[in-house]
Ligand binder design. Structure first.
Ligand SMILES: [Ca+2]
Length: 415
């Protein structure tokens, strides 16, 4: 069953901001053209709004909990992704192309050296970061980024060795096998599977009128020989695992793991349930939360709840046999980015719940999931700025990056 939330259940303050944002939505605004986005309702100097104590949307859950947002660090320029090293150091990417370190709550003023130039334009730039699961033996840090220029570009994955001081041996291990124009829909999140293979989300290449091979580039999401609009799976060195779902399919690219995605910017594998969760931007409305399985088709652009930014229909169909329906549809769009399945001990009542950040909504959607994996409720946690990433820290607290010129690292603590 698909859960629809047509109106965010949230304090009037943030609700107002959401509605204004959606009314002003244009393609780049929903996702990642922060300088053009509606300004946040909270000034840079103000503390984040307190999290609304649980006011469940339905009576199905009697949740008694709250969380208090605390600003850890300010002064990050459009931070995009974050990952912790085993020693507790937090690595943060900034979209213009910098890698920053935060130790003991202090931002190192000097960005790391060893990062090549990236295409920092529109939604492009230095994007996600991830640390090898066995970092002590494999001291690699992984990055996704936009490479090229505005006329011809693609998403890349690189890894670099990190010795605690500098990045070295920056090595491109994957490059999308289509080039595109413009600065939309690069994806890209990374998450590891228990076998130490790496999943990466790749966007569909862009909105109309962007074309490729004589048709809208978004159609690439249904083409198994193209990396656009896919989740791909790689070994840690960038080679293709022999057990990927399409390795024996004629004309399919063997890296493809799932397809029919528009632009996934939130993705996490939950090792407790062995399920992959992903949040995906729709066009106008129709953002999705999916549980993604190897080899499956998630429909874009053949089936969708979203419409063109211009208001026209993308598809008359919202579901089709053989394609997987989303578990949650967000209309109007929240512009989802950053996703966490909570497995810490500081919010015991939130075990296994999903937390999806929203750029346009300026909040985190706390999605309650029952033991069978069904979505049963959704409540917002107001942040008051564009939420780019949501992760669990090694201390069991929830960490948030905000996509602002003076972006923040925020920590949610039990309130
Ligand atoms: Ca879909």
């Amino acid at each position: 069953m698909i859960r629809h939330w047509s109106v965010p259940i949230v304090g009037t303050f943030v609700l107002g901001a959401t509605l204004v944002s959606c009314a002003a939505t244009t393609p780049d605004q929903t996702e990642a053209a922060p300088t053009e986005s509606p300004s946040s309702s909270v000034t840079a100097d103000a503390a984040p709004t307190a999290v609304a104590p649980a006011a469940p949307a339905s009576s199905e859950i009697a949740q008694v909990t709250s969380a208090q947002p605390v600003i850890v660090v300010e002064g990050l320029e459009h931070p995009w992704g974050m990952a912790w090293l085993p020693d507790g150091t937090l690595i943060v990417t900034e979209r213009p192309g910098r890698v920053r370190l935060i130790r003991d709550g202090q931002l190192d003023p000097t960005p790391l050296s060893g990062v090549p130039p990236v295409l920092a334009s529109g939604q492009g730039g230095l994007l996600d970061v991830s640390v090898h699961p066995q970092f002590a033996e494999n001291p690699w840090v992984y990055f996704t980024y936009a490479h090229g220029d505005r006329a011809m570009n693609q998403t890349r994955v690189a890894r670099a060795r990190f010795d605690g001081t500098a990045l070295a041996d920056w090595t491109v291990i994957f490059e999308v096998n289509r080039t595109k124009e413009g600065s939309q829909h690069f994806g890209s999140r990374m998450t590891w599977l228990p076998d130490n293979t790496l999943l990466i989300s790749i966007g569909d290449g862009g909105n109309p009128p962007v074309q490729l091979e004589g048709e809208l580039i978004r159609n690439q999401a249904q083409k198994l020989d193209s990396h656009l609009g896919k989740v791909v799976r790689l070994n840690a060195d960038g080679s293709v695992p022999a057990d990927n779902p399409f390795v024996d399919t004629p004309d399919a690219n063997p890296a493809v793991w799932s397809y029919g995605h528009r632009n996934i910017q939130g993705m996490m594998f939950d090792p407790v349930t062995n399920q992959l969760w992903a949040s995906e931007h729709g066009s106008r409305g129709g953002d999705e939360l999916n549980r993604v399985t190897a080899g499956e088709n998630y429909g874009w652009p053949l089936v969708t709840h979203s419409r063109e930014y211009t208001g026209g229909e993308i598809s008359s169909e919202q579901s089709r046999p053989g394609m997987i329906d989303p578990l949650v549809v967000w209309t109007p769009a929240i512009a989802p980015s950053g996703l966490l399945v909570y497995r810490g001990d500081r919010f015991p009542q939130w075990q296994g719940d999903v937390f999806a950040g929203g750029l346009v909504s300026g909040d985190i959607r706390h999605i309650e999931v029952d033991e069978a994996g069904a979505v049963i409720n959704q409540t917002p946690i107001a942040i008051g700025q564009r939420v780019r990433d949501v992760r669990q820290g090694p201390d069991g607290l929830i960490y948030v990056l905000t996509d602002e010129p003076n972006g923040r690292l925020i920590r949610l603590e039990p309130g």
